[in-house]
Design a protein around this ligand. Structure first.
Ligand code: GDP
Length: 195
C-alpha cells in the first residue's frame, strides 16, 4: 500500500503550521521507546523514515508523512516527558490537545502499547485526551516477539480491561512485531479501509 510512496512532509509546532486538511489522516502515539519508529518504518516499508521524529528538536513536533495518495500518516512524538522542562511539556500538551480536537480529517489514532507491559498510566493520559477529543483510537501492542504467550495473554487482559473504560476506544487490539513483521499487513489493511 505505502511502499515507495511515503515521504516526510513537515514537522509542525503550532496549529498554524498544519498542512491543509485535504485528505484523511491517521496518527500514531506512544511513549518513547515503545517501538513507534520501528512500526512506522515497517508499515511504510522504509528503513529510516520515522527516525526524523526521534531526533532532538523533532520530539515536540507533530510530524506529517504522506501515505501515497491515501492520506497523511502523523507521528505524535513520545509522551511522558519525565525529563523535559514543564513549559515545554505544557506547550506540547496544548498543541496535542488542539490538534486532536480540531482536525476534521483525522480518522483514527493508533495508541502503541508495549506488549510486555500492557496499558500503563502514561498510556491512560493520551487515551483520556482522545476520549475528550472524540477521536476513535485503536490500541496496537508492539514487540509481541519479546513476550511468551502466557505473558501476552496477561497484558492483553490488562489492556482490554483498561480500554473498556474509554468511550473512544475501538474494542479490537492489533498485535504487532516490527521485528518479525507480524500484524503489519493487518494494520495496513485497517488504514486502507478508512475513508
Ligand atoms: P520509539 O522510541 O517508540 O520510536 O521506538 P523505536 O522504534 O526506536 O524502538 C525502541 C527499541 O525497541 C529499539 O531498540 C528497537 O529495535 C526495539 N524494537 C522496536 N520494535 C520491536 C519489535 O517489534 N521487536 C523487538 N524485539 N524489538 C523492537
Amino acid at each position: 500500500l505505502f511502499a515507495g510512496e511515503t515521504e516526510f512532509v513537515k514537522g509542525v509546532v503550532a496549529m498554524s503550521g498544519l498542512p491543509p486538511a485535504d485528505r484523511i489522516e491517521v496518527c500514531f502515539a506512544g511513549r518513547s521507546n515503545v517501538g513507534k519508529s520501528s512500526l512506522i518504518n515497517a508499515l511504510t516499508g522504509h528503513k529510516n523514515l520515522a527516525r526524523a521524529s526521534n531526533t532532538p528538536g523533532r520530539t515536540q513536533e507533530i510530524n506529517f508523512f504522506t501515505m501515497g495518495n491515501h492520506g497523511y500518516l502523523v507521528d505524535l512524538p513520545g509522551y511522558g516527558f519525565a525529563n523535559a522542562p514543564l513549559p515545554v511539556v505544557e506547550k506540547w500538551q496544548r498543541l496535542l490537545k488542539q490538534y486532536l480536537s480540531g482536525r476534521q480529517t483525522l480518522r483514527r489514532a493508533f495508541v502503541l502499547i508495549d506488549a510486555r507491559h500492557g496499558v500503563k498510566s502514561v498510556d491512560e493520559e493520551i487515551m483520556s485526551l482522545l476520549d475528550s477529543a472524540a477521536v476513535t483510537f485503536q490500541a496496537v501492542l508492539t514487540k509481541t516477539d519479546k513476550v511468551r504467550k502466557s505473558d501476552l495473554e496477561k497484558s492483553l487482559d490488562i489492556s482490554r480491561k483498561a480500554l473498556s473504560k474509554h468511550p473512544a476506544a475501538f474494542p479490537e487490539l492489533v498485535l504487532t512485531s516490527s521485528e518479525k513483521g507480524d500484524g503489519i499487513a493487518t494494520l495496513r489493511s485497517i488504514i486502507a479501509g478508512l475513508e
